[in-house]
Design a protein around this ligand. Structure first.
Ligand code: CMC
Length: 428
């Protein structure tokens, strides 16, 4: 029997259906709230209690620490799948057959170049520009070189747009890094896989033969998979809301990159390493920083700790912590910053402040340590996150358009001045 929620305002009762998801989550469907009540709205800053859509892409249970893409556990995908397979799964809903995967890979390779004039735009940026700003601008600029809107009712047009952005995005990301390092741009090599080619475009040197490295590829592959989607987070909600105005895929992704940049979201991975470095430079006194994080008069927060949804543990952090140990071991790297991170986590996990508020290490806490071991510069960390999140953004944009969702347009409760008469400047 379907469940009903009853709301009472000034003695008047209103009923709303409760919808149930496939994992038994309940949501009060308030679509008719304003019409039924004559204009009453809800208020929920930060959308802590608001479901913005129904979605069949990613399931996460913050209490139990569960994360699944299209029903498959993140642990199993990180272990057994590669990034392109996961991208296909997220975007199209099923794991690809060998033929589908081969076609996806080949189609992406065909499109893995950007217009030469994009280089002029890249050249216009100062070397000091943050790669996330450059990446967002270049992604937006791609629209000028690939004009025309996508007919979302045409499977073919939708597929072409998806392949184009999957193909060109790694080129732009790699080029933002090379520009910062004053290295000549690399056009990649279509005999390499998606992740291998990304690595080559980032790291090849003009005077050296590019050496493949399986340990590095596997580590990158795993990190990209772990970041590939996370349901309605800040950047994904941005992509969906921008796309809901029928702005194109590239414009929506560019907006998502900007949303991801902030230190409370994807920018946390850069902030974590900067914090760990600062603690190291300050003599490694983790207790002092734990106290700073707890002090309400101090703006300092323990970066890489806490999550809006996970209130037990972040399953991605668990996998990444183990992977950090393995990758550093395999590459023969000792990083004192990893010890500081572990020390910090140990103290925080026992501390009443963190325990009470259910603050655990999140995906960003250990990922930077692996990126460092792979020689990726700190200011590129959030770009790596964006590279991983790309298929998630695409999948969510596609779902939103195929479901013909209405334009995103929240309401508000106005708390400003009531009507007043205009005074000419001479009377103010
Ligand atoms: N250090 C110290 N205190 C914290 C932290 C932290 N990292 N995170 C939350 N708190 C405290 C906060 O001060 C508040 O305390 P009180 O109840 O006494 O006022 C309580 O915990 C609840 O925090 P909140 O800010 O209301 O929680 P939220 O759900 O709005 O924010 C968050 C979630 C991830 C933005 C926040 O935990 C945070 O700023 N963490 C550090 C930044 C970070 O690591 N972000 C990456 C998130 S995971 C990857 C991603 O989404 O990109």
């Amino acid at each position: 029997m379907s469940k009903i929620a009853t709301l009472e305002i000034d003695g008047n009762k209103y009923e709303f259906p409760i919808i149930e998801g496939t994992e038994k989550e309940l949501g009060i469907d308030i679509k008719t709230l304003r019409t039924a009540t004559g204009g009453v709205t809800t208020i929920d800053p930060g959308y802590k209690n608001t479901g913005s859509c129904e979605s069949a892409i990613t399931f996460l249970d913050g209490e139990k620490g569960i994360l699944r893409y299209r029903g498959y556990s993140i642990e199993e995908l990180a272990e057994k799948a590669d990034f392109l397979e996961v991208a296909y799964l997220l975007i199209f809903g099923e794991l690809p057959t060998a033929a589908q995967l081969e076609k996806f890979d080949q189609d992406i390779k065909e499109e893995s170049h950007v217009d030469e004039d994009m280089k002029k735009i890249l050249d216009g940026f100062p070397k000091s520009a943050h790669p996330m700003g450059v990446l967002s601008s270049l992604t937006s600029a791609l629209i000028a070189f690939n004009p025309g809107s996508v007919d979302v009712d045409s499977e073919e047009e939708m597929y072409d747009a998806i392949v184009k952005i999957m193909a060109k995005f790694p080129v732009l990301a790699a080029w933002t890094m090379r520009k910062r390092k004053s290295l000549p741009l690399d056009y990649g090599d279509s005999s390499l896989g998606y992740v291998e080619n990304l690595h080559k475009m980032m790291f090849s040197r003009p005077n050296k033969t590019y050496e493949p490295n399986k340990i590095v590829y596997d580590a990158l592959d795993k990190l990209l998979i772990l970041h590939a989607d996370h349901e309605q987070n800040c950047s994904t909600s941005t992509v969906r809301i921008v796309g809901s105005s029928h702005a194109g895929l590239f414009a929506s992704i560019s907006a998502g990159i900007s949303a991801l940049w902030g230190p409370l979201h994807g920018g946390a991975n850069q902030a974590v390493i900067e914090m760990l470095e600062a603690i190291k430079a300050d003599g490694g006194d983790t207790a002092r920083y734990i106290n700073k994080a707890k002090d309400k008069n101090d703006p300092f927060r323990l970066m890489g700790f806490g999550h809006r949804v996970y209130k037990n543990f972040d399953p991605r952090a668990k996998i990444i912590k183990k992977s950090a140990d393995e990758v550093l071991g395999d590459l023969g790297i000792e990083d004192p910053v990893l010890d500081i991170a572990k020390g910090l986590a140990e103290v925080a996990l026992e501390d009443e402040y963190f325990v009470q508020r259910k603050l655990y290490p999140n995906v960003d806490f250990y990922s930077g340590i692996i990126y460092r071991a792979l020689d990726i510069p700190t200011e590129m960390f959030t770009v790596m996150f964006a590279l991983g999140r790309l298929p998630g953004w695409i999948a969510q944009w596609r779902e939103m358009r195929l479901r013909k969702e209405p334009i995103g347009r929240p309401r508000q409760i106005y708390t400003g001045e009531n009507h007043r008469d205009f005074k000419p400047v001479s009377e103010r």
